[in-house]
Design a protein around this ligand. Structure first.
Ligand code: HEC
Length: 124
């Protein structure tokens, strides 16, 4: 009796730890599974994401935005592909004390956003 209660209790504890862990440190495969983006028109998809995540609340992008962060005009040329992806995937790993939030973007979201930024820079 006591043993099976302990068993159930420890399963619950493990379950809670896993769920909380996934919420705070979602693994990449989970993000890719839960937030896939159709990349048949990446520029349009990226435009939607930039609006949805409200990147313009901090960045000047294209014709509009604010300047809490750097303007993203020309960013696809200024940064190499690896750093640009890293900024979107894990800003804190590029600059530890950055105020750029980690949006926990999936790989396809990152590709779409980069396609949109590159198109604005005239490279897409
Ligand atoms: C809360 C404000 C905020 C939001 C919202 C935000 N950013 Fe940022 N971002 C920053 C800041 C601040 C920096 C500069 C980092 C630093 O120097 O600390 C930055 C840096 C960047 C960089 C690197 C720019 C460079 O020239 O080095 C990219 C790319 C970027 N952000 C893209 C995005 C995208 C795309 C979104 C929307 C998904 C977004 N940001 C949303 C604040 C924000």
């Amino acid at each position: 009796m006591v043993q099976s209660r302990l068993m159930v209790l420890s399963l619950i504890v493990v379950g809670v730890v896993v769920v909380v862990g996934m919420l705070f440190f979602p693994p990449r495969w989970w993000l890719n599974m839960t937030k896939p983006v159709d990349l048949s028109d990446p520029v349009a998809a990226g435009k939607g994401l930039v609006e949805g995540y409200d990147c313009r609340n901090c960045h000047f992008i294209g014709e509009a935005g604010k300047s809490k962060g750097p303007a993203l005009t020309g960013v696809s040329e200024r940064l190499d592909a690896v750093s640009l992806r890293l900024w979107l995937r894990e800003p804190g790993s590029v600059k530890g004390d950055t105020s750029m939030p980690n949006f926990r973007l999936s790989d396809s979201e990152i590709e779409a956003i980069i396609a949109y930024l590159a198109a604005l820079d005239g490279a897409g």
